[in-house]
Each structure stands twice: as C-alpha cells, then as structure tokens.
Design a protein around this ligand. Structure first.
Ligand code: SAM
Length: 204
C-alpha cells in the first residue's frame, strides 16, 4: 500500500511520535517493512532507531528499505527480548499489537525495557469504529486507485478491523500489566474513527 491514500497515515504517526520523543533510543516493535522508522528518521533524525520483528523476512525487507539510515534491526518476539532493562526512552508499534500472542506478557516486557519516565505509543486501529464514516472515507480516498486496489484495500482494512481490539479491551489488557492505571487512549486526526494512539506510561 506504499504511496497510496492508505499509507499516508505513517507520516502523521511519525509526527505525532516526534512531538513526544525528540532524542534517545526508540524501539519499533513489529516493524514490518520499516515504514514508520523511515518516517520517524525524516522528522527526528537524532532519535536512535531499533527494530524488532518476529519474522526474519520482514527484518530483511526493513533493512533494504532503511538503507542509508542507521538502525539496529533484530528478529524475535516482543514477549522475551535480549534488550537490557530500562534501555529505551520510548517503544512504538503500528498495526502490530493486535497480532501479539499473550499481549499482557508482551506489555510486561515493554515495561521492563523502558526507562522510568518513558512510554510506549501504540498506533493501532480500534474495533470501535464508525462504519458509515469509514465507508465514506474509503470511497473518497480510493477514487484514483485501480480496480483491484479498490477491491483489495477495503477487504484488507475490514479484515484488520475485525481482528483488532476495542478500546475497552486495550484498557483491560493494560490493567493486567505493570502499566496498570497508566494507559490512555486518544483518537488521531487521520481517519479518526479508526486510528488511535494507546499511550502506556512507565512511572518515573
Ligand atoms: C500488519 S504488520 C505491520 C507492519 C508495520 N508495523 C507497518 O505498519 O507497516 C504486523 C507486523 O508485526 C509483526 N509481529 C507480529 N507479532 C509479533 C510479535 N509478537 N513480536 C514482534 N513482531 C510481531 C509481524 O511479523 C508483522 O511484520
């Protein structure tokens, strides 16, 4: 979906993140092809970039896409990482959290590798979306796409929206982790009924 209406939210996610962290070490979990970190590097080049993805093929693809950008790329699951405790200033992910097995275990690991005062920012879709608004946005956003993409993009989006969590479920998962009481959900300006930022703060 590179370059389409449906990848335009990455620059917005990156700007939103850069407003919260200006420097230090950032881990992008479930980095996939590396879109988010490429955008983060554009807007905040002094942030130290680290990527983790459970799929080696994705890490290989991210390495190619991030050519020329210094980044530490590793394959492995977020549930148990090799990073030292309190190593990162921030952790992020885009469209990945809903796929994590044992999400509470994974968030406990995220908490462990974050510095006190740091935070995780999950840019995810929510199942609490407004179907009419999404249908209208798809219709408008896909007018210049080819026939196949006009079919495939809505199919992929609604499939993802069917699999993701509701806001209440995000909060319930966070309650079972060391982030208890420190989870805030905000909607984002792009496709506001779909995209949310889940902020999980580690007490300083
Ligand atoms: C839908 S893709 C999103 C990729 C990328 N963040 C993006 O927005 O383009 C989800 C990614 O999360 C990764 N992933 C799923 N579960 C994971 C886990 N437990 N630990 C690390 N990565 C995981 C998958 O391998 C996949 O690359």
């Amino acid at each position: 979906m590179e370059g389409s209406a449906w990848s335009r939210h990455y620059p917005e996610f990156a700007r939103d993140l850069a407003a919260r962290i200006k420097a230090g070490r950032l881990l992008d979990v479930g980095t996939g092809p590396g879109r988010m970190l490429r955008e983060v590097h554009q807007v905040a080049p002094s942030i130290g970039l680290f990527c983790l993805d459970v799929t080696q093929a994705m890490i290989d693809l991210a390495r190619r896409n991030l050519e020329g950008i210094t980044a530490d790329l590793r394959a492995g699951p977020i549930a148990h990482t090799e990073f030292d405790a309190e190593f990162f200033d921030a952790v992020t992910c885009t469209k990945s959290f809903y796929l994590w097995d044992e999400p509470a275990v994974c968030l406990a690991e995220v908490h462990q590798i974050l510095k006190p005062g740091g935070a995780a920012y999950l840019y995810e879709s929510t199942r609490d979306y407004d179907r009419t608004a999404v249908d209208a946005a798809l219709k408008k956003g896909l007018t210049n796409e080819g026939f196949l993409r006009r079919l495939l993009i809505p199919w992929a989006l609604y499939k993802q929206l069917g699999e993701t969590y509701s806001n209440a479920e995000f909060l319930e998962i966070a309650e079972r982790t060391p982030f208890r009481g420190a989870c805030v959900i905000d909607s984002l300006p792009t496709l506001p009924s779909i995209w949310i930022r889940v902020t999980l703060s580690k007490t300083a």
